[in-house]
Ligand binder design. Sequence first.
Ligand code: PLP
Length: 304
Amino acid sequence: MLESDKIWMDGQLIDYQNAKVHVLTHGLHYGTGIFEGIRSYSTTKGHAIFRLDDHIKRLYNSGKAYFMQFEFEPNELKLATIDVVKANKLGDCYIRIIAFYGYGKLGVNPLPNKVSIAITAWKWTEHIRKEDLELGIHLMVSSWEKVGSRSLPTHAKGVANYANSALARMEALKSGFDEAIMLNSNGHVVEASAENIFLVKNGKIYTPPISSGALEGITRDTVIDIAERNNVKVISENISRDELYYFDEIFLTGTASEIVPVGYIDHRMIGNGGIGSITSSIRKQFADVVTGKEKSRQDWLTYL
Ligand SMILES: Cc1ncc(COP(=O)(O)O)c(C=O)c1O
């Protein structure tokens, strides 16, 4: 990753190299952390962070599941996030906020430990290869079941959930695929290892419901909003594994990956194996929203 200059930790901007935690940090041993991934874009009116308020809201919601007491108000974290991007002289960048139970008592119970928060930002280098954006990436249905809300709070963007994601992603990469799709305990499609999934058939757009265990993605919500502005209602419906193969178009969504077309699932071609017309249109409109060209969604941009 590309190093930056400054990191905000518990109220202070410190040098990148000094942003360290003790090896006995609770979150490191027991996965008791939560985080947000956010993007800042170059827009028509300067740099702006996309849907910062919504990311901060989701961070607090994630913290609630883990009984986290933050020392900072949402607005303080919002201003700190802006400070980090400015202090690093970044424009287009990726921002990561992490909150975790820290050093103190190393039993399973995290509650005696302080909750630390760190905000970092670094120059964005594209997540998924450019050529795949036209060709469509190759997915496999993972042999790992998506962790369900009876095991971990799936509404929370919890660090622990990502051990499950990492296992699925590693399995996919080692098997020669680009990404994994995960099914829940009912055999329904949930999402990819770090992206939501959308599926198109006969001009209609489908996505698994949040109750399937999918993260309530902010890009997912943005895509639903774009579809609705095009008078297309997104149908939230459970989808089985074998149904996956028969959609005209499939795409993944996430802050890091944005809108990624899927070409193949389990070696079966989806549509014509490339980017479909609806995916292409949504991707173009998504780019207009994040770069401020879409005037009706200016309230989603926090200018630096
Ligand atoms: C498991 C999972 N699902 C979905 C998403 C997409 O969420 P968002 O659009 O808010 O980035 C992410 C993003 O990190 C994720 O990790």
